[in-house]
Design a binder for this molecule. Structure first.
Ligand code: UDP
Length: 239
């Protein structure tokens, strides 16, 4: 008898910008549908999936604070923006027939479930994709840190950081043709060189919990599935 494929559990971090498409702001339905198809493909490949969505396509606390908003209030607005994105992704996934639950760190029971660690794990075991909204629920944090935190809480084997490029480069590959992609980086490389992958608290949290980070492009169709199978292009950050 052949052994069943091992089930892996991964957390995918989707920034708000990944849902924006060509727009300058907000949610592009076509882009959300495409992202949902990527998640569905991974889900179909016997991988337990959860996701943390950002909100930068709608509202960023730090930018708003720079314009005079109180930082904590602005951050709560940013967290509410992530709930809108989470509902958009849930809607697209359910249209594809993928059972999905949204859990929010800020309780809003008439919209989605409250964040409950054990319940989230149960959902994944039952084959549902769980989308975590409202970041950590605390101002002065980012959804990158929320991604690292939830990945640790869920016992995820990896964080998959979806970006617009296929990894971490020595310079911006969109403007510098000599930029080279790193195959692997250590957590310390990222922290020491202040590489703009995820913020330092997210990197530290992944490091403390031994969770590797795969930086890949969500723009390339099918890439998430390929990276999950070890065939894709990405940068792996680990020890
Ligand atoms: N935010 C927060 N606490 C958290 C997560 C997010 O206050 O735990 C706020 C913060 O203002 C942030 C905004 O929500 O700017 C949107 O999240 P983020 O900027 O991380 O989204 P992304 O860059 O991934 O789109």
């Amino acid at each position: 008898m052949t052994e069943p494929e091992p089930v892996r559990r991964v957390l995918i971090k989707l920034s708000g910008e990944a849902l924006m498409g060509d727009q300058q702001y907000g949610i592009s339905p076509a882009t959300v549908n495409r992202v949902a198809e990527e998640l569905m493909a991974a889900h179909d490949a016997n991988v337990e999936i959860c996701a943390v969505v950002g909100g930068g396509n709608i509202f960023r606390g730090l930018a708003a604070a720079a314009k005079g908003f109180d930082r904590a209030s602005a951050d709560y607005m940013g967290m509410l923006a992530t709930v809108m994105n989470a509902l958009a992704v849930q809607n697209a996934l359910e249209k594809l027939g993928v059972p999905t639950r949204v859990q929010s760190a800020i309780h809003m029971e008439s919209v989605c479930e409250p964040y409950l660690r054990r319940r989230a794990i149960r959902h994944m075991e039952k084959g549902r994709i769980v989308i975590f909204a409202a970041g950590t629920g605390n101002p002065f944090f980012s959804t990158d840190t929320a991604a690292a935190l939830r990945a640790a809480e869920m016992g995820c084997h990896a964080v998959f950081k979806a970006t617009q490029v296929d990894g971490v480069y020595t310079a911006d590959p969109k403007t510098d043709p000599s930029a080279e992609r790193y195959e692997r980086l250590t957590y310390m490389d990222v922290l020491r060189d202040d590489l703009k992958v995820m913020d330092a608290s997210a990197i530290s949290l992944c490091r403390e919990n031994g969770i590797p980070i795969y930086v890949f492009s969500i723009e390339d169709q099918g890439e998430l599935g390929r990276v999950l199978r070890g065939e894709g292009t990405c940068t792996i950050i680990g020890e």
